[in-house]
Structures are given as C-alpha cells and as structure tokens.
Design a protein around this ligand. Sequence first.
Ligand SMILES: O=C(O)c1cccc(C(=O)CC[C@H]2O[C@@H](n3cnc4c(=O)[nH]cnc43)[C@H](O)[C@@H]2O)c1
Length: 287
Amino acid sequence: MTATRLLIVTAVEPEAAALRAGITQPPPTASSASPSAHAAAPSITHHGAVAGAQPGTVSVTHAEAERGTHADASQVVHVEAVGVGPAAAAAGTARLIALAEARGEPYTAVISAGIAGGFVGRTEVGATVLGTRSIAADLGAEAPTQAEAPTQAEATGPAEPTEPGAASGRGFIPIEELGFGSSIVAADAALLKMLSSALPYAVVGDVLTLATVTGTAATAAALRARFPDAVAEAMEGYGVAIAARAAGLPFVELRTISNPVGPRDRAAWRLGEAFSALTEAARKACG
Ligand SMILES: O=C(O)c1cccc(C(=O)CC[C@H]2O[C@@H](n3cnc4c(=O)[nH]cnc43)[C@H](O)[C@@H]2O)c1
C-alpha cells in the first residue's frame, strides 16, 4: 500500500474545523443539515480521492498524531491552521513539513485551503475554486503610471530608460521582470486532476495571493486586468506553495468563495456558505 500523508493548511481554525467536519462526519440528512455544524468530530476510518482511494485512511489532527493516538500512520490527512497572510502560511507550513519529516512520517502532498474573495463574473459567492496557479499578485515593485510619469520626473528627475516599467508606465512590475525569482507556483498536475474529478463543479483558474484584502473597485479592476485567468484572491496560497515546493511536495490550492472582490462591504460576506462549501469539498475529496 502506498503511504499517503496529506497536509491541508488553513489560515484560521474555523476553516480547519469546516474541513475536518467533511472528512470525519457522514453527509447530513435533510433533517440534520445545519450550516453552522462545523465542530471537529472524532476521527474515523475513511477513504477518498485525495487520500489515495484506499480503505484505512485516517483523519487526525497534528496534535493527535503527536500523541500517537492513531495506529495507522500510513494513510493520514492532517488539517492545520497556521495564521493569516503569506508569511504566516509559509512559516507555518514549512514548520509542519519539517516536524513531520523529523517524526519519520513525511507528508506526500500539501493543500492550501480556506475561504476567498471571488472575481465578479468569474466565480460566485459560495462557489468552490481549484487553483491552476497560486500567484503572489503584490510581489514586485510599483512604477509610475503614464499619467503619473510627468509628476514623478519633476520630483526626482527622469527615470532611467532601461529601468523595468519606466518605458511602459504600467504601475506595477512583477518580480519576474525585476530578476528576483517567480511570483507563480503552478499546481501539481496530478493532484489538480484528482481534485477536479472529485469536485467536478469547482471553478478552475488562477488564485491570487495578496497581503492586503482588495477593498476598492480600482484595485479589483487593476487585478482583473493584470490577471485575466484569476478567479479568486486570498492571502495564503503562494506562501503555502513556496513551503511545499521547497520540500519537493505536490501542491494545490482549494478555496470557497465568501465574498466578491471589490469595494469593502462586510454585509456582503457569506461565511456560512463558504464554510459549508469547504465541508462539502472535504467530504467529496477526502471523506
Ligand atoms: O475587512 C475586510 O474588508 C475583509 C474582507 C475580506 C476578507 C477579510 C479577512 O480578513 C479575511 C481574511 C482571510 O480570509 C481569506 N479571504 C477571504 N476573502 C478574501 C478576499 O476577498 N481577499 C483576500 N483574502 C480573503 C484570506 O485568505 C484570509 O485568510 C477582511
């Protein structure tokens, strides 16, 4: 039997609880269905698409694994919350991967999962999204736009013509053009295919990672223009992806949409819908 040890990384505990509920609880009946039923349940034996489609898969938390309360260490799904934002995501994921390696139980795949903002017209609130690529959308340098360029030249002198972005006046220069690496991590093709089969209703496209939640129509429009294939934005995917890539592990991002990307509007959030969709995705993929 091939050992499968899947690490699912979320930002916050309610996201982790919603996922664990899908892995460990049977589907709700019509009378028991409740959008707020997201408490973590006791671990049970299960099998599923991502965990290898083999009986004997066990869902446990990291703490349970460390306590050694589960005998089957060859087929596991760990769901862990590591904090909000790309830095917490990268550091927390790297630590979990290293701890698992030190225990002699290395992970075989990593998923960044949680709620996200959806680009209007590309994905709906309540939808499930699978990332073809996780892109650090704000990793780069600002440059004056064409409209700003004269003011800038007056203030600091003309930009060097060879400077990236100087000629185009595009407003943002991605890290690729600065020569400092890549802002893009592609999903593992096999893992993405497996999840797409388990979640055929999922919208598949790029998922942006930003340290700042978009809160204006102007920023939303700029992101839409820069990333025509982006369907969602969140704050952790690229960080988790970098940690997975450093460890040589397959990675994919799974998101459910809690709000539209655009002008800040707390009343438009649909956290219950997004958490329920996370539970359902986990049930279909791992349950
Ligand atoms: O205060 C606001 O206006 C606001 C709007 C959306 C989300 C937040 C959060 O603090 C949640 C951050 C948390 O959830 C993910 N998330 C959910 N929606 C978005 C979004 O539209 N843009 C970026 N991240 C989003 C994110 O991954 C974080 O883990 C606040």
